[in-house]
Design a protein around this ligand. Structure first.
Ligand code: OXD
Ligand code: MN
Length: 664
């Protein structure tokens, strides 16, 4: 046992007449020995119906949301301690360590991570405090088919989520947790999502048996004492139980219990499945909480566009996974010499609340970037590249003989002696050296583009929402919705070609409303309804736009250069927000009028620009047929307004389409 840890508390029995509020909260950096675990485990071998029922009752009593008291408890601790006790009783670790977030503790966790054998230290001179972790080859991306929303009714999860009855989930997945941490350490990771003093932030507690997860959580959230202090003796935290289990995909489940605000994840050590503050809490559970409490939790980057004179206008952008959110959020502007500069507030998730000024204010709930490495280089994202030289955990990248990280698209050729992500000597016959979904985890504050306002407790006021995706055809470079309701339709009918961020086929068009398809914690029909309602509640709602950097010409090549040049589109959006520039109407929305996009210094022909902004009615008719099929899944629960918008678009395309659509 680590000598710097002390016994959590001596267990003098206290009866329930003592209010939990008068028990001091547990202190960080403490652990307790396994003999503190009191209840016997269920008889795993006996499968008679009585045994099963007893087991089920015990499980659902043992691990539930933080707010549900256990009726059989005879010893009183804080809700956090009680929940951790319950988790330990189920998973049976050899020891439990409460994390305090200190740098000494980080050293111990990293040492433990290295001891496990699947991580190594990178070049200490050129990459100080950087590590390479190799995950199990069957555990390299989010597994949406194994991700469940456990609501009481199937219809509350909706047709786009996998559903399990909460009791059945606790029974089935509880059996996988039973004894899962035997021989291992359970780390208790208290964390805050969002700036420490922000009223929009929320607390969570993840217990995990993976030191890699702890090291990543330390970068991605405000972790340790600061969170314990905030939670104190309250039950105001989202508990998350995580174990890597045996990493067998047949025994892998990522389960969310939105009503209980509870997360269970077993069988995966991969980021999006295992860093429970990110997709599980900050999107799936938070989207449910947000609707209950009147705010928004969205899969959006947050950026500030500074214009000449120094004014900064903030925008939130929702693109499906691996469609360039991080690059856009950290963009080095091609119009910097004209006074346009991009500041990063967040690259993946936005929590937003209506503030007294009538604007929607956004915070970034995360403290780090968990970005896709392949394709990231000095040309595509110089800001993140400079950030990655220190204090970074790389996952599933390749390693050079100098012990530096390497991946496809980094900007240098693969050196001789490269070791691939599977820890094998690489040659071209082995395919890409880094996994397509290889990642870096880096503190956000390391980016030179980080906004001075990124930790502002009140958040930043959002003036524009930008939806987008990868579409080789169909969607113009940029268009603006006619109004909020139309904008919600634009977001709800969003589609993109799939990438490697989730397992499954790559390059297939899938509908991904508001980029939330895998992340909405409840029925998406109700989510659309909530968006429609929010438009009425926000006194100064953001204007809604759609962008597509990925349109291709007849030769299959991208028409738009992308990256730093995307600032030209952001500048047009900013000018539309300020009512200062012209737009032309097409059936799908408003596109930049001729000459309204700043193109100086860019080698792009007028013909290409026409193609980029054109609306081809036939492509759109096909797309409408596809979005209708998607909307039909929601049956009568789909808000009538979305059907109306669908019909209106169809009418505009068939009646005025040919004359209104801009074409070359
Ligand atoms: C992510 C994702 O990892 O969206 O951010 O998949
Ligand atoms: Mn994401």
């Amino acid at each position: 046992m680590n000598t710097s840890h002390r016994i959590l508390r001596t267990r003098r029995p206290v009866t329930y007449t003592v209010s939990v509020d008068c028990i001091p909260p547990c202190q960080p950096g403490l652990d307790f020995p396994p003999h503190a675990v009191r209840l016997a485990s269920p008889q795993t071998g006996s499968c008679g119906s009585q045994a099963v029922t007893r087991y089920r009752q015990r499980l659902s009593r043992a691990i539930c949301g933080a707010r549900r008291p256990s009726r059989r408890r005879s010893i009183v601790g804080t809700p956090l301690e009680n929940w951790v006790d319950d988790a330990a009783r189920l998973t049976k670790p050899d020891r439990v360590v409460y994390c305090d977030g200190s740098s000494e503790e980080d050293e111990r966790i990293i040492a433990e991570m290295l001891r496990e054998g699947d991580s190594e230290t990178l070049n200490e001179k050129t990459y100080p405090n950087c590590y390479l972790h190799r995950s199990s080859p069957n555990d390299v991306a989010r597994t949406e088919h194994l991700t469940f929303i456990c609501a009481p009714e199937k219809d509350d999860a909706g047709p786009t989520n996998n559903w399990m009855d909460p009791g059945a989930a606790k029974y089935k997945i509880g059996a996988l947790f039973d004894g899962a941490m035997r021989g291992r350490t359970m780390y208790v990771v208290p964390y805050i999502m969002g700036p420490v003093n922000s009223p929009i932030s929320k607390a969570g507690v993840e217990v995990t048996d993976s030191p890699y997860v702890v090291a990543n959580m330390r970068i991605m959230a405000r972790m340790g004492k600061v969170a314990l202090d905030r939670i104190g003796s309250s039950s105001d935290f989202v508990p998350g139980l995580h174990s890597i289990g045996d990493l067998d995909p047949m025994r892998r489940y990522i389960a969310h219990f939105p009503q209980e605000k509870l997360i269970w994840s077993v069988g995966s050590g991969y980021g999006g499945n295992a860093l429970l503050g990110k997709k599980c809490f900050a999107l799936r559970i938070a989207s449910y909480m947000a609707r209950e409490q009147g705010w928004m939790a969205e899969h959006m980057l947050i950026l500030g566009l500074e214009s000449p004179g120094g004014k900064v206008t903030y925008m939130g952008a929702a693109f499906p996974s691996a469609c360039g959110k991080t690059n856009l959020a950290m963009m080095v502007s091609a119009l910097q010499d004209q006074g346009y500069r991009v500041w990063t507030v967040g690259d993946d998730i936005a929590w937003m609340k209506i503030a007294d000024d009538g604007y929607l204010h956004a915070i970034n709930p995360e403290a780090g970037f968990f970005g896709v490495a392949p394709g990231t280089g000095m040309l595509t994202n110089p800001n993140v590249m400079s950030a990655l030289h220190k204090n970074t955990i790389f996952t599933n990248v390749a390693m050079t003989p100098d012990r530096e990280p390497w991946w496809e698209g980094i900007g240098s050729p693969p050196p001789a002696g490269l070791i691939n992500w599977k820890n094998e000597k690489w040659d071209t016959s082995k395919g890409p050296a880094a996994h397509a979904n290889a990642r870096y985890t880096v503190p956000a504050r390391r980016s030179p583009s980080i906004s001075p306002k990124w930790e502002a407790p009140e958040g930043v006021p959002i003036s524009a929402f930008i939806f987008g995706g990868r579409r080789a055809r169909v969607a113009p470079l940029v268009y603006e919705s006619f109004d909020w309701q139309h904008g919600v339709f634009v977001g709800a009918s969003m589609a993109s070609e799939t990438t490697a961020a989730a397992t499954g086929n790559v390059g297939i068009v899938r509908r991904d409303p508001m980029a939330m398809l895998p992340f909405c914690g409840y029925n998406m029909a109700d989510y659309f309804r909530y968006w429609l309602e929010m438009g009425k509640r926000i006194p100064h709602p953001p204007k809604i736009f759609h962008v597509n950097w990925f349109r291709r010409g007849a030769d299959g090549k991208f028409l738009w250069p992308g990256y730093g040049e995307n600032v030209r589109v952001l500048k047009w959006i900013l000018e539309r927000v300020e009512g200062a520039c012209a737009a032309e109407e097409t059936p799908v929305g408003l596109v930049p009028a001729r000459n309204a996009l700043t193109l100086d210094g860019l080698q792009i022909s007028p013909g290409t620009m026409e193609e980029l902004l054109s609306v081809n009615p036939e492509d759109w008719e096909d797309d409408l047929a596809d979005s209708k099929l998607f909307f039909d899944k929601f049956g009568s629960r789909l808000p009538r307004e979305l059907r109306e918008e669908h019909e209106k678009l169809s009418r505009r395309l068939s009646t005025k389409g040919a004359s209104l659509a801009r074409s070359g």
